[in-house]
Ligand binder design. Structure first.
Ligand SMILES: NC(=O)c1ccc[n+]([C@@H]2O[C@H](COP(=O)([O-])OP(=O)(O)OC[C@H]3O[C@@H](n4cnc5c(N)ncnc54)[C@H](O)[C@@H]3O)[C@@H](O)[C@H]2O)c1
Length: 359
């Protein structure tokens, strides 16, 4: 029996979930809801067997719907999660789980007393490269874990293009890296200092580096910025994880197609190169489906608490960057040129799915 699901939000992420759920054959996508008429038109074309709606309430009122997929923006999530709980549905949601820290913790309190499956897409946790490195570390190959260095810089989502409720880049995207550092450390953040740059003189920093400690003494530095050569003729990016133990190291990098993991342990030296795997939505949806079918919440599913903590530290580090010297370099004219270039790009980093294009 397929699992009956209603999807809310049919933008870039909603469409990716739709594709993966279709491919797996485990889901009956009964509803697609979007407040934007162009997204609904696209949904009608792509998914003729789904009911395409603009009022999410229909999904919550339909008792045959077991799961809701929440893929709209952060401002609507708190209310949608509360409605899902009231109507007794399993929940698969995008991050962040709300648009303020207070509302996120409200959701954590609610969900921790709820007996249905509820999971958040913190996609790095499902990636083969982080799982491979974590396993190697857990085997003792690098000695004691000491230093986590994570960097993700691309010519991606520019200020003003969308995702305003998700906050500046360091919160919107950076919360994934804040989460994965905490996952490796197996511990909570203790101290920090953040430095930001208001690139193009934009009001918010679009590049931030924070560093500090976890309670167990592991130190971190996390750099994230969508400021990496937006107007360069041929764009590139720089994304890596570099983990140092008392005896060995592990590291990875990727070009969004292939990821390369290098493991330098006391016994083994390995270089593994495999397809990057994108957002790993196939894995997330499958673990979710297994959990629903077995009636048992798989611990690999990232929790609302994990998402709230990552989001909270995303905001805290950003605030710290704003308190410290926060220079602005460049001008808004350059930012306008970037937006204009991205509006016309067909292939590019983090382009939101164009609303006006039909397939
Ligand atoms: N986990 C990840 O790696 C990852 C990556 C990208 C985006 N995201 C998250 O996914 C979410 C969606 O991002 P996106 O890139 O798809 O954005 P998007 O702007 O492409 O899509 C959002 C869609 O939701 C619709 N929408 C907005 N409010 C709605 C509402 N109340 N009810 C129904 N539909 C509504 C919009 O019309 C739009 O079609 C964001 O919250 C973002 O933070 C997560």
């Amino acid at each position: 029996m397929k699992i009956r699901v209603g999807l809310i939000g049919f933008g870039r992420m909603g469409q990716m979930y739709w594709e993966e759920m279709q491919k797996s054959g485990r889901w009956d996508i009964a509803y697609i809801c979007d407040t934007d008429s162009v997204s609904r038109e696209l949904a009608k074309k792509l998914s003729p067997s789904s009911r395409i709606i603009s009022d999410e309430q229909e999904i919550f009122d339909d008792c045959s719907i077991e799961v809701v997929g929440l893929f709209a923006l952060a401002d609507s999530r708190n209310e949608q999660i509360k409605k899902a709980v009231r109507s007794n549905k399993h929940i698969l949601t995008e991050k962040p789980i709300a648009d303020t820290i207070e509302k996120e913790w409200e959701i954590v309190d609610l969900i921790e007393k709820y007996n249905k499956v509820a999971a958040v897409n913190l996609y790095l946790r499902n990636s083969w490269y982080h799982q491979t490195m974590k396993r190697f570390i857990d085997e003792g190959e690098i000695g004691e874990l000491a230093i986590l260095r994570i960097c993700h810089m691309t010519p991606g989502l520019a200020p003003g293009e969308g995702h305003e409720y998700e906050g500046p880049a360091y919160h919107d995207c950076g919360m994934h890296y804040i989460d994965i550092a905490r996952w490796y450390a197996g511990n909570e953040y203790k101290t920090w200092h953040a430095q930001g740059m208001r690139m193009w003189n934009y009001k918010d920093p679009w590049w931030v580096q924070s560093h500090g400690t976890f309670q167990n003494g592991v130190v971190f530095d996390i750099t994230q910025g969508f400021v990496y050569g937006q107007l360069s003729r041929n764009q590139t990016h720089n994304s890596y994880t570099d983990i140092i133990g008392t005896k060995g190291i592990v590291r990875m990098t990727h070009d969004f197609r292939t990821a390369v993991v290098e493991l330098h342990g006391v016994n083994r030296t390995l270089r593994i190169e495999k397809p990057f795997g994108g957002k790993n939505l196939d894995k997330l949806c499958n673990i979710m489906a297994d959990s629903i079918e077995n009636g048992k919440h798989d611990p690999r599913l990232p929790s609302m608490r994990d998402a709230a903590i990552a989001s909270q530290y995303g905001w805290i580090f950003l605030e710290d960057a704003c308190r410290n010297e926060l220079p602005g370099i460049g001008n808004l004219q350059t930012l306008e040129e970037i937006r204009e270039r991205r509006r016309h790009m067909k292939e590019g980093y983090g382009l939101l799915r164009p609303k006006k294009t039909m397939v």
